[in-house]
Design a protein around this ligand. Structure first.
Ligand SMILES: Nc1ncnc2c1ncn2[C@@H]1O[C@H](COP(=O)(O)OP(=O)(O)OP(=O)(O)O)[C@@H](O)[C@H]1O
Ligand SMILES: [Mg+2]
Length: 303
């Protein structure tokens, strides 16, 4: 009886324990962007190496930004690092991290806060860096490494920046998430390797090339079975259900690009005609438009 008494915990302690061991329950408790099924699967997974091949705008960066908030709060003195494909992506990811933090009234105090780094009262760090070889040479032994738009990150950043951080660091979790970008590079290789837990998040439409039209792809259950035969965990993206919107995307970007960006399929590099900056500009309405008026009038040249 005395032993049982010792086991009693307060409700707060019980909730805290649940949130510590379950990132899914923690993120759900924030009442902010309740995870889609595929995001929930990633939060629930205990596999230390996850690779997610997902459609554009599926919610990849959102889930990447929720993970470090969980680790930083519940594992004092931990280091989480997001490596993003571009400066702009890094900025957006940090904004998303801060939004999750703002929805947790019990989040530890922030001791330092910048575009690149958050240091918490409990001595945990969250870093968000663009993927240059130099900046990705992060601290030793991070607990969590997240690669956002990994297919656009140079192999050298992965091999000489990321891999060394895993040395003698068995607790480290590595998550690589992206749309595809050709059949080469570490992201493509990891998606082909059974050492990784692999996810595919697709738009539930199939392209009819001859008349640039979308028809429903096979039902999600069939798709899941097909993926499972390849050792992949497949999901429909709930953000791509609107056929008209997807048809518009298809017509704007053409069949090849639609298949890559929403398939999400690894098309041959020789077929690729768009660079990432172009795609990002096309997809992201938040980028400040070019405003010629702000340049002002040039001084006449004095010769
Ligand atoms: N679980 C969710 N509930 C509600 N909205 C969500 C959820 N996950 C993501 N979103 C919203 O979906 C939109 C796209 O999310 P996000 O930027 O994370 O996608 P992405 O896959 O990283 O996109 P991109 O391919 O452009 O990088 C955002 O407006 C985001 O707030
Ligand atoms: Mg993103």
């Amino acid at each position: 009886m005395e032993n049982l008494k010792n086991l009693q915990v307060t409700q707060n302690e019980a909730v805290n324990l649940l949130h510590t061991i379950s990132p899914y329950h923690y993120v759900k408790s924030l009442n902010y962007k309740s995870p889609y099924d595929w995001q929930a699967a990633i939060l629930k997974s205990r596999h230390k190496r996850k690779v997610i091949n997902g459609a554009r705008q599926a919610g990849k960066s959102t889930i990447i930004s929720a993970k470090p908030c969980h680790i930083a709060k519940h594992y004092p003195e931990s280091v989480s690092i997001i490596i993003a494909a571009t400066e702009y992506q890094a900025f957006l990811d940090m904004e998303k991290v801060k939004e999750f933090i703002a929805h947790d009234p019990n989040f530890p105090d922030l001791k330092r806060e910048s575009d690149r780094l958050i240091v918490l009262d409990n001595k945990s760090w969250i870093m968000v860096v663009p993927a240059t070889e130099k900046s990705a040479r992060g601290p030793s032994a991070p607990r969590l490494i997240l690669l956002d738009e990994a297919s656009r990150i140079e192999d050298i950043v992965y091999t000489s920046g990321v891999i060394p951080m895993l040395t003698d660091n068995p607790d480290a979790e590595l998550i690589s998430i992206s749309t595809p970008n050709g059949k080469s590079g570490f992201f493509y290789k990891s998606f082909k390797s059974q050492k990784w837990e692999r996810y595919e998040i697709r738009s539930p439409w199939r392209v009819i090339e001859s008349d640039i039209r979308l028809v429903p792809a096979e039902p999600e259950e069939e798709y899941k079975v097909k993926c499972a035969k390849k050792g992949i965990i497949g999901f429909n993206s709930p953000r791509h259900m609107d056929r008209e919107e997807q048809q518009f995307n298809l017509e704007e970007m053409g069949t090849l690009m639609y298949k890559q960006e929403y398939g999400p399929l690894f098309v041959e590099p020789k077929d690729q005609v768009f660079d990432y900056e172009d795609i990002e500009r096309l997809m992201n309405s938040n980028i400040t438009p070019f405003e010629p008026d702000r340049i002002g009038i040039a001084e006449p040249l004095k010769i």
